[in-house]
Design a protein around this ligand. Structure first.
Ligand code: FPP
Length: 326
């Protein structure tokens, strides 16, 4: 069940890459330290190191609304997700082909810690990378993540500006992971209304990953299912008006083919984090037979064990698709 695109190192051990990189760096720093010690003695090197640590701390404390500065943050070892979940039974069962997730609870997660809402969005963004990696290693074919809805423009100008800037930095940071895992990424939604630098970042990541053949990662940005359905109806109506299609020929495949999820497997499992139990204009057509899974866990805390638990619950469901049990 493990994806062949996941090296042994990445398969569920999920040794946090950033941690691993930091350890490497720290080994290099130590080696370098030994050399410096030879020339300047221990006190000089320690004070240089302390200065660097304080500088780092000052940056963290003063991040304010500056996305670039915030993204200097590295994951610490303590953030390494626990992997206590017994995955063997999970991997013997059927893993959902397509998982859709409503990434909810970032703001409340941050506020509960006395931090600004945008801090929650930043953590939520890091978690996108983590869950995409776990999903890819599980052999999930498609993952669709609801990152910004057509209704989210109602938020304060500051929060919207932050959310528009976040993916610009995130996509560049995320690119090596996507390439290593052979993940193909696309953004769905009304892209023409997004800021130009975000549109450019989207084009870059889509082009870079276009030939990847592993998991398909769809990020819904400025997405609303009702808008998508209106677009689909208009496109089909146009084809009928041009005589390319007869009204009698319209069936569910015609509709699938005119939606932004064209070509993806049907959504098997829809997850919403953070306690709310509603769909919020997400994939209304596509979730017709999806299993719905609601969890109180906020998105930034929804780590790999939480995903395994959701999949285990999916495997316990009796999916009859309108049929009766034979
Ligand atoms: C909902 O939580 C979350 C959002 C509106 C933004 C989600 C965005 C990310 C996780 C960043 C990921 C970015 C990309 C490009 C994948 P909320 O803020 O509404 O939480 P609340 O209900 O607690 O207020």
């Amino acid at each position: 069940m493990y994806s062949k695109n996941c090296s042994e190192k990445n398969q569920f051990k999920n040794e946090d890459n950033a941690c691993w990189a930091l350890q490497n760096t720290s080994n290099k720093v130590n080696n370098c330290g030994e050399k410096l010690h030879f020339f300047f003695g221990k006190i000089t090197f320690t004070s240089v190191l302390n200065t660097l640590l304080w500088y780092n701390l000052c940056i963290r404390l003063s991040f304010g609304k500056d996305v670039d500065t915030m993204l200097l943050r590295k994951k610490s070892k303590s953030e390494k997700p626990s992997t206590s979940f017994d995955k063997e039974p999970l991997l013997k069962g059927q893993v959902p082909r397509h998982i859709a997730i409503i990434l909810d609870g970032n703001g409340r997660w941050a506020q509960h810690q006395g931090k600004p809402r945008i801090f929650g969005h930043q953590e939520g963004m890091f978690n996108v990378e983590h869950i995409a990696e776990v999903g890819s290693c599980l052999g999930i074919e498609a993952m669709t993540l609801y990152a910004f809805s057509t209704e989210n423009w109602k938020r304060t100008a500051d929060e919207v500006a932050f959310l528009m800037k976040l993916p610009v930095r995130f996509f560049d940071r995320f690119a090596p992971t996507l390439m290593r895992l052979n993940i193909k990424t696309e953004v769905m939604g009304n892209k023409s209304e997004l800021p130009e630098e975000l549109q450019d970042a989207i084009s870059r990541i889509e082009m870079m990953t276009a030939k990847n053949t592993g998991m398909k990662l769809m990020i819904a940005l400025n997405y609303g299912s009702q808008d998508e359905i209106i677009g689909m109806v208009k496109a089909i109506a146009n084809r009928v008006a041009k005589g390319e299609l007869l009204v009698e020929q319209i069936n569910s495949e015609t509709i699938d083919a005119h939606l932004l999820t064209d070509g993806l497997p049907p959504v098997d499992l829809l997850i919403r984090t953070s306690g709310e139990q509603r769909i919020s204009n997400f994939l209304l057509w596509q979730i017709a037979y999806a299993e719905l899974y609601f969890t109180d866990t906020a998105w930034p805390d929804f780590k790999e064990d939480a995903l395994y638990e959701a999949i285990a619950e999916f495997q316990r469901r009796d999916r009859r698709f309108g049929d009766v049990k034979k």
